[in-house]
Design a protein around this ligand. Structure first.
Ligand SMILES: [Zn+2]
Length: 159
C-alpha cells in the first residue's frame, strides 16, 4: 500500500519549474536579440535619413548656384541632422562673407534655412554705413569643410 503521494498540489512540479525556467531563459534571449536588432535597424534608418538630409542640402546648394530660388530648402533641424550645419552668407554690397553655425542659431528648428535671410543683416555694413543690409545665402557646408572664402575676404574697416 502506498501513501497518498499528493496531499496538496504544489504550484508547479519540478519538471514544470524546469520547463518554466527554460521558457523564461528563452524569452530573455529573444528579448535581448530583439533589443539589439531594433537598435541596429534604427541605426541603419538614422544613417539613411541623414544621407537623405545631406542630399537635400547638396541639392539646395546647387539650386542656389543655378538660381532655382523656389527650390525648398531644408529645415534647420534637417540641415544639422544631415551634417550640413554651416550656412555661408555674403553681403553683395561690401562682399563680407560669414559662416553661421545653425546649431547655435536661436530659431525654431523646423524653420526653413532659406528663411534665415529675413533674420540676418550684414555686420560691417551696419557698423560702417549704419545700414541694415540683408546678406545673400550662398549655401550649406558640412562641419570641418574648408572655408576658403571666410576669413581672407573680410574687409578690415574699423569705425
Ligand atoms: Zn555688407
Amino acid at each position: 500500500m502506498s501513501a497518498a503521494r499528493i496531499i496538496k498540489p504544489p504550484p508547479m512540479s519540478g519538471g514544470d519549474r524546469k520547463h518554466f525556467a527554460r521558457e523564461i531563459h528563452k524569452a530573455e534571449v529573444t528579448f535581448a536579440n530583439l533589443v539589439e536588432q531594433s537598435a541596429q535597424a534604427h541605426a541603419v534608418a538614422d544613417a539613411a535619413r541623414a544621407k537623405a538630409y545631406a542630399l537635400d542640402c547638396a541639392a539646395w546648394n546647387t539650386a542656389l548656384f543655378i538660381g532655382e530660388l523656389d527650390h525648398a530648402s531644408s529645415t534647420i533641424a534637417a540641415a544639422i541632422a544631415g551634417g550640413f550645419p554651416l550656412l555661408e552668407v555674403r553681403c553683395e554690397h561690401c562682399k563680407h562673407t560669414e559662416i553661421i553655425d545653425l546649431a547655435l542659431v536661436v530659431q525654431p528648428r523646423d524653420r526653413q534655412v532659406s528663411l534665415m535671410r529675413d533674420y540676418l543683416y550684414c555686420g560691417p555694413c551696419q557698423r560702417t554705413l549704419r545700414k541694415k543690409r540683408r546678406p545673400d545665402l550662398i549655401g550649406l557646408h558640412p562641419t570641418g569643410a574648408p572655408q576658403p572664402e571666410a576669413p581672407s575676404r573680410r574687409p578690415k574697416k574699423a569705425s
